[in-house]
Design a protein around this ligand. Structure first.
Ligand SMILES: [Zn+2]
Length: 210
């Protein structure tokens, strides 16, 4: 794919030192000679693998939002709640700040990040570069900091554990989807590398120029 990888220059993200890229063994890292920060990995993530992870996350995200997280059963009365239901309940309990926090970190931020990733990656698969790619890329990096599904899930489990004294808790489909989503989202974060991403873009641009 890349014929000029031996001559490529890249700047350290921490100290800006320009260094030549060298070929690495898989699972080895290249570090900056001046500050020791990691420059890149020998293992390259593949575009197809990234798209698969993002699509899996998107499906799990939809399931976790559409289906009940848990149902409470007391005296034969069932009370199921969804993620949006939880936000609304918090809001009606006069806790608008907590409601906004859950809405932002567990619904909006992951939704925006997944949409932005799909917007960039899917056309890339078809060798197309979307308009506003650099902005979308920076947007993904910015929203990622606000994705806190695991914090939300932890809070939810603590709440459910407390409620289990009062009622029977029946875990819903969305709860399992959430657990899966945390796994796939972590995998997306771990495999998404800026260097690989711009490498895919460069390859397509180079093919277009031909
Ligand atoms: Zn450095």
């Amino acid at each position: 794919m890349e014929t000029n990888s031996q001559q490529r220059l890249l700047a350290c993200r921490h100290c800006d030192l320009l260094q030549h890229e060298v070929a690495l063994q898989p699972h080895h890292d290249a570090h900056c000679v001046r500050c020791g920060a990691r420059l890149y990995r020998g293992t390259r993530s593949r575009l197809d693998w990234m798209i698969a992870l993002v699509l899996a996350s998107a499906i799990l995200f939809l399931v976790s939002n559409l289906f009940p997280i848990a149902a409470l059963e007391k005296y034969g009365v069932y009370n199921a709640t969804t993620l949006t239901g939880t936000v609304l309940t918090l809001y009606h309990q006069n806790r608008p700040l907590v409601a906004a926090l859950v809405l932002g970190t567990a619904i909006l931020a992951p939704a925006l990040e997944l949409c932005a990733l799909l917007y960039m990656l899917l056309p890339l698969r078809a060798c197309r570069i979307v308009p506003g790619l650099a902005h979308t890329f920076r947007f993904v990096l910015a929203t990622h900091r606000w994705v806190m599904i695991e914090v939300f899930l932890l809070g939810l489990l603590v709440t459910l554990a407390k409620l289990s004294d009062l009622a029977t808790i029946l875990p819903g489909l969305a709860l399992w989807a959430f657990v899966g989503l945390i796994a796939t989202f972590s995998a997306v974060a771990a495999s998404f590398s800026a260097r690989d991403f711009w490498g895919w873009v460069e390859t397509i641009r180079a093919e277009d120029r031909r």
